[in-house]
Design a protein around this ligand. Sequence first.
Ligand code: SAM
Ligand code: SF4
Length: 327
Amino acid sequence: MATELVDRFGRVHTDLRISVTDRCNFRCQYCMPMEGMEWLDRSDLLTFEEITRVARVLVEQCGVSSIRLTGGEPTVRARLPVLVAQLSELGVDLSMTTNAATLAQIADDLWTAGLERINISLDTLQADRFYELTRRDSLAAVLEGIDAAIRVGFEPVKVNAVLMRGINDDEVVDFLDLGRSKGVIVRFIEFMPLDAQGEWSADRVVSYNEILTRAAEYFDFDPVERGSSPAERFVYRDGRGEFGIIASVSEPFCDSCDRIRLTADGQVRNCLFALDHVDVRRVLRGGGSDDDLVTAIAGEVDRKWAGHAIGQVHFLRPSKSMSQLGG
Ligand code: SAM
Ligand code: SF4
């Protein structure tokens, strides 16, 4: 390998998140404004060939070993299975994060193209709440999407729920029941200050400890070795699977962060909360070589800061919302 992506704190970056579009068929309250999002022009989006070239260079020259497709909503990008097939030729762990609203229709094609693992975002199991949260009436479609993911054979299927106080924090046990009955891994994610409306406040975050206390009232489980996963993991003592908590706010995992992000318009960002980026599209479209790509991206990784500083006085929100950054 020519160049490991190491930052000045010694963290090695091997996990690439690729946003394939900034568009979405939902308008989740905590992620996007209801109206007024300005979508990228088609010509601004990286083409599949450009995305695959960046990914190939990072895999072959920089040791990237895992790629996750995200967005916006990745499934709204036309011909997504074509991109999956191109990326699967790189031979690294390939996964996707999706709202699953249309997953039932394309799960087979994605599987055939080489997608291995899938994370489905779902924040409530109540239809009226689902509509309030996403501004779409799609709970049934998402549940069908989960079933399709299981049927097709993605392994594992994870369901990620962002908990927000006063909105869906009473559904911890319902989600755990869903996970146990369907054989999927439920993970609770703390609400982060990347909502487009700027409505985040610390008291709306449902913390790791609260989630764990609630779960322990109903189920017996033991913690398991976390490994490189950002989720604290817990296995049920009765053998019916596991669940996790991603405590990005109350117990950040920045010290072991190994992620870099490529946005739909070709920016490489070294952190969800980064205020800056390097414009890789300019390198691609300006005739840059593979080495030029590596130099640009390695430089951006090198500049990475120690951690996100949520809750500290010097914390600054990035100007982009989660839907533009990829989660
Ligand atoms: N549209 C896809 C989906 O919803 O899974 C992929 C993109 S979405 C931005 C990726 C993840 O970010 C989702 O799991 C979503 O719940 C999460 N997310 C969005 N806004 C968030 C916020 N303010 N705090 C925590 N997680 C958030
Ligand atoms: Fe769309 Fe995902 Fe953001 Fe919801 S969380 S608005 S599904 S990008």
